[in-house]
Design a protein. Sequence first.
Length: 102
Amino acid sequence: MDRTAMLTEILSQNPNDAFARYGLAMEYSNSGQIELALTEFGKLLAAHPDYTAGYFMAAQALAKAERTEEARKMLADGIVSAKRTGNTHAQSEMEAMLAELG
């Protein structure tokens, strides 16, 4: 069973498994399936708004798809999440990416 199938199976049993949802989104993103990745990132962040890494990786997927404005919005939301959770490392990474996007 490949990773995508394994993660899908885990999510069929526990749709609120944040780690599996993030992993599935990353599998889709890494294989170039940006729309599927963004769908999974959206589900992840709707259920777990403080899963800060989800914002950063979703923003990277959006930037890769040349959807810069959406990437900026995702980063802004992620920065708010990082501040709320005290994740200064993620905050600084997202601030740096936001500056790069202009």
